[in-house]
Design a protein around this ligand. Structure first.
Ligand code: NAI
Length: 385
């Protein structure tokens, strides 16, 4: 059984520690800030109490789980670890430093993983002596609840490292998908139009946030509309991902951030956590009523959906992930009601192409260019499934 070392005891690191311990591993958790360790320990205690109260865990099970986690301020304690997952601040240099430190401490067979959500795994690995054992293991927040984990080999990663990481994470009951080391990997790339196109429709005054959210929920079957989801995630977090993906794609207009969201961030209208975002969550605030016009709602849904399908088709075309992994990522990572490629089949590929071509003809913006794969498949009357 692997001994798991986790560096960074924040939201992600402490969640990953909980999963590893729940699956019987001995876990070492380290943070540069001792207070982060105490917080993580307290938080886990509360989580376990809740799980026991809900009968999801026995009291002795909770005790055993907690007992498997060792909180340490000494990196040298990691010498026995067979796999180390890094979940520290999102910056290349500190992450490289962590792996350099690890190489001096752990054995040569220890797997080294980064939980980065936006940095190049290849770039992080390039600072390491033996990059063949380094890869990206990208959990979603909150890690104990979200089923999906993206596995991202760097250019230098050995195939055996990938196989070992997948086996380990699969054994934790997670669904792993394999993603190429490109900006946003799968989910954070393919999901961009869900926010971006909704913001565009809003900015053009075609519909307000409540109406767009209603259309996506009631007519599209999404659990949350784009605006309520941005407020839930935090506009700061969501905007930062959009901006980093936009930059990493050399400013491809398809991923362009929206001023509307930037201004919310400027004003610290970050969403639920600050009481205001696209919506007002303060006491006494009256939620705006959507305009429940089905015809207009369908136009909104069709437009956002076509952009999402285009993104998924392009990711397939560019070998970012397999067809099945793309579908799994979007249904399990962000709870989409259907896989986007299966959804495209249902709508009819030619209809999706026509929708995109209409947008392109209307706006003459590169943002609306149709993926070549989608166009060719539609022409040849092929389907994804
Ligand atoms: P966080 O800010 O909650 O926790 C980071 C922890 O790392 C802090 O406790 C900090 O004291 C510690 N730390 C910083 N530099 C350190 C160093 N050099 N050595 C040791 N500890 C250090 O951050 P969070 O949200 O847990 O994110 C961690 C990583 O996971 C980032 O790379 C982030 O991009 C990624 N990620 C975050 C997700 C999220 O939704 N929060 C989702 C998926 C990945």
């Amino acid at each position: 059984m692997e001994i798991i070392g986790i560096i960074g005891a924040g939201a992600m690191g402490s969640g990953i520690a909980q999963i590893a311990a729940a699956n019987g591993h001995r876990v070492l958790l380290y943070d540069a800030k001792p207070s982060a360790l105490t917080n993580a320990e307290k938080k886990l205690e509360q989580t376990l109490e809740k799980l026991v109260a809900k009968d999801k865990l026995t009291e002795s099970g909770a005790l055993a789980l907690a007992g498997r986690i060792q909180y340490t301020e000494q990196l040298s304690d990691f010498r026995e670890c067979t796999a180390v997952i890094e979940a520290i601040v999102e910056a290349v240099e500190p992450k490289r430093q962590v792996f350099n430190d690890m190489e001096a401490i752990v054995g040569p067979d220890t797997l080294l993983a980064t939980n980065t959500s936006s940095l190049s795994v290849t770039l992080i690995s390039a600072g390491v002596q033996d990059p063949e054992r380094v890869l990206g293991i990208h959990f979603f927040n909150p890690a104990p609840l979200m089923r999906l984990v993206e596995i991202i080999p760097a250019l230098q990663t050995a195939p055996a490292t990938v196989a070992r990481a997948r086996k380990l994470i699969d054994s934790w009951g997670k669904t792993t998908v394999l993603a190429k080391d490109t900006p946003g990997f799968i989910v954070n790339r393919v999901a961009r139009p869900f926010y971006g196109e909704a913001l565009r429709i809003f900015e053009e005054g075609i519909a307000d946030a409540a109406t767009i959210d209603w259309a996506m929920r009631a007519l599209g079957g999404f659990r949350m509309g784009p605006f309520e989801l941005m407020d839930f995630i935090g506009n700061d977090v969501n905007y930062a991902v959009t901006e980093s993906v936009f930059q990493a794609f050399y400013y491809d207009p398809r991923y362009k951030p929206a001023f509307t969201q930037k201004r919310l961030v400027d004003a610290r209208f970050l969403g639920r956590k600050t009481g205001r975002g696209h919506y007002d969550y303060r006491e006494g605030a009256v939620p705006p009523e959507p305009v429940k016009d089905e015809k207009q709602g369908r136009e909104i849904l069709d437009r956002i959906l076509a952009m999402l399908i285009n993104e998924a088709a392009d990711a397939l075309y560019l070998n970012i992930a397999s067809r099945d992994d793309l579908e799994l990522a979007m249904t399990q990572g962000v709870n989409y009601p259907k896989g986007l490629l299966a959804w495209a089949d249902e709508i009819g590929l030619q209809n999706v192409v026509d929708q995109l071509d209409r947008l392109y003809a209307e706006y003459h913006e590169d943002r609306y260019r149709c993926s070549r794969l989608l166009r060719v498949m539609a022409r040849e009357r092929k389907v994804f499934y």
